[in-house]
Design a protein around this ligand. Structure first.
Ligand code: ARG
Length: 459
C-alpha cells in the first residue's frame, strides 16, 4: 500500500504511478534526504516529540540505509514514488514500526525544499572550485603573454593592437562576475525550510533552530507558505549558469575562429579536438563547439523552470516536481563544460607569431597616428580626417601606414616628423596604453597582480 493510501479505496492505475513518480531522477538527492531526516529525527528526540531511544533507532537505521545505498545494495522502486518515500519505506522495512514516526511534523513539501537546497549547496561548492580552476588557467596563460601582441577587434574587423594577456584577462573578468553571482545565489539560498510543513507550519513544538544549526544553514525561512513554494534559488542558480554559459560560449566561439586556417591564432591540442570520419586532414574543435551548443540547453532549462513557476498559486503544486530534471541538467552541463574548458585552454598552442603579424595589418595603428597629430595640437577630429585620407591612400597603393615615406606623410600633414615610425610601431601603440585596465604591459602587470591576489583570496 502507498504511504498515503489510507484515504483510497482502490489502487492507482499503473499509468498514474509511472506518470507521477520522480524516483528515476530525484534519487540523486538520497544523501541530502537522509542528512535532512537525521537532523529532523534528532530534533524530534531532543524535543521529546518522540523518545530519544526512538530517535536513536531512526538515526542508526538511516545511517545504515545510506551505507547500503552507497554500496548499491538497495533498489529504489517506482511504487514508492519519490526519493523521500523510498527512503522512508526502506527505514520502516529495516527498523519496523518506529520508522513510521520519522515523518512527524514534516511534509514532503518542506522535505523536498530542504533536499534541493542541500543538493544545490553541495553542487555550488563544486562548481565554484571548477570555475576558479579555469580562472587560474587564464591567469597562468596571461602571465606568459604580457608582451604577446595581437589585433583587437570591433565588428570582427581589426581595430587596435592589444596583447593576448589583455584578451585573456577580459575572459577572466567575465568569469569573476559569474563567481560573484554564484556566491550571491548561495547566500540567498541559505535558509532552512523544515518546519514549514505542508504549507502551514506545524503544531508540534519543533526546534527549527537546532535543525538549522545541524545542517549548517545561516537562517530559517520566514514564512511557511513561501518556504515550501519558493524555487527562486534554483532559478537564480540557472540564471547564473545561463550567463556563465553565455560567456563560455563566447570564449568557445573565439577559440573556434582562432583555430581556423584563416585566423591561425591557436592550435588546440590533439587531446581536446577530434577528427573527421571522411576527411583525413581534419582536426575539429568539437569540444569548443559543444560548449557553445550546450549553452542552448542551459537557457532552455532556465526558461522551462521559469515557465513552470509562473502561474502557480501558493503553496506547493505538483508542477514543481518538474524543477529537478531541468536543474540537474544545468548542474551536469555546467560542470562538464568547465571541466573540459580548463585543460583545453591549458594545452592550447597560441601562435604568437601569427598574432603579432596579424596585428600589423588592418591599419590597427591608425588611431595612434591620429593621436600623434592631436599631440601636436591638431584637433582630434581634424587629425582623424587626415589619417582617414592617408589610410585610403594606402589601401589604393596596397601598403601599410608605416610603409609611407616621410615625404608622402608631409603631403597629408606637415606636422608629421621622422619620429612617426617609432610612434606607430604596434608594440609602441600597445605600450602607450597605460591607463588602468588598458593593454600596456605595465598596466597588465598591475591587473595581473590584483587578479592573483583575488584568486588567492577566493580559494
Ligand atoms: N516528489 C515531489 C516533488 O519533487 C515531492 C513533494 C511531493 N509533495 C506532494 N504534496 N505531492 O515535488
Amino acid at each position: 500500500m502507498k504511504l498515503w493510501g489510507g484515504r483510497f479505496a482502490s489502487a492507482s492505475d499503473k499509468l498514474t504511478e509511472d506518470f507521477n513518480a520522480s524516483i528515476s531522477f530525484d534519487q540523486r538527492m538520497y544523501r541530502q534526504d537522509i542528512t535532512g531526516s537525521i537532523a529532523h529525527a534528532r530534533m524530534l528526540g531532543g524535543q521529546g516529540i518522540i523518545s530519544s531511544e526512538e530517535a536513536e533507532l531512526i538515526i542508526r537505521g538511516l545511517q545504515e540505509i545510506l551505507a547500503e545505498l552507497e554500496e548499491g545494495k538497495l533498489e529504489f522502486t517506482v511504487e514508492a514514488e519519490d526519493v523521500h518515500m523510498n527512503i522512508e519505506t526502506f527505514l520502516t522495512a529495516k527498523i519496523g514500526e518506529v520508522g513510521k514516526k520519522l515523518h512527524t511534523g514534516r511534509s514532503r513539501n518542506d522535505q523536498v525544499a530542504l533536499d534541493l537546497r542541500l543538493y544545490l549547496r553541495d553542487e555550488i561548492s563544486e562548481i565554484r572550485t571548477l570555475l576558479l580552476t579555469v580562472e587560474e588557467v587564464l591567469l597562468n596563460l596571461a602571465t606568459k603573454n604580457i608582451e604577446t601582441i595581437m589585433p583587437g577587434y570591433t565588428h570582427l574587423q581589426k581595430a587596435q593592437p592589444i596583447t593576448l594577456a589583455h584578451h585573456l584577462l577580459a575572459w577572466f573578468e567575465m568569469l569573476r562576475r559569474d563567481l560573484g553571482r554564484l556566491e550571491d545565489c548561495a547566500k540567498r539560498m541559505d535558509y532552512m525550510p523544515l518546519g514549514s510543513g505542508a504549507l502551514a507550519g506545524t503544531g508540534f513544538d519543533l526546534d527549527r533552530d537546532a535543525v538549522k544549526e545541524e545542517l549548517g544553514f545561516a537562517s530559517l525561512t520566514r514564512n511557511s507558505l513561501d518556504g515550501v513554494s519558493d524555487r527562486d534559488y534554483a532559478i537564480e542558480f540557472m540564471s547564473f549558469a545561463s550567463i556563465m554559459m553565455m560567456h563560455l560560449s563566447r570564449f568557445a566561439e573565439e577559440l573556434i575562429l582562432w583555430s581556423t586556417e584563416e585566423f591561425s591564432f591557436v592550435e588546440l591540442s590533439d587531446a581536446f579536438t577530434t577528427g573527421s570520419s571522411i576527411m583525413p586532414q581534419k582536426k575539429n574543435p568539437d569540444l569548443a563547439e559543444l560548449i557553445r551548443g550546450k549553452t542552448g540547453r542551459v537557457y532552455g532549462d532556465l526558461l522551462a523552470l521559469l515557465t513552470v513557476m509562473k502561474s502557480l498559486p501558493l503553496a506547493y503544486n505538483k508542477d514543481m516536481q518538474e524543477d529537478k530534471e531541468a536543474l540537474f541538467d544545468v548542474v551536469d552541463t555546467v560542470k562538464k563544460c568547465l571541466l573540459v574548458l580548463a585543460p583545453m585552454l591549458e594545452t592550447a598552442n597560441f601562435k604568437t607569431d601569427k598574432m603579432a603579424e596579424a596585428a600589423k595589418g588592418g591599419f590597427t595603428n591608425a588611431t595612434d597616428l591620429a593621436d600623434y597629430l592631436a599631440g601636436k595640437g591638431l584637433p582630434f577630429r581634424d587629425a582623424h580626417a587626415v589619417v582617414g585620407r592617408a589610410v585610403l591612400h594606402c589601401i589604393r597603393e596596397g601598403c601599410r601606414l608605416e610603409d609611407l615615406s616621410l615625404n608622402a606623410y608631409k603631403e597629408f600633414s606637415p606636422q608629421i616628423e621622422a619620429d612617426i615610425y617609432d610612434f606607430i610601431d604596434v608594440a609602441a601603440c600597445v605600450a602607450r596604453r597605460q591607463v588602468p585596465g588598458a593593454p600596456a604591459p605595465s598596466a597588465v602587470k598591475q591587473a595581473l597582480a590584483e587578479a592573483e591576489e583575488w584568486l588567492r583570496g577566493s580559494k
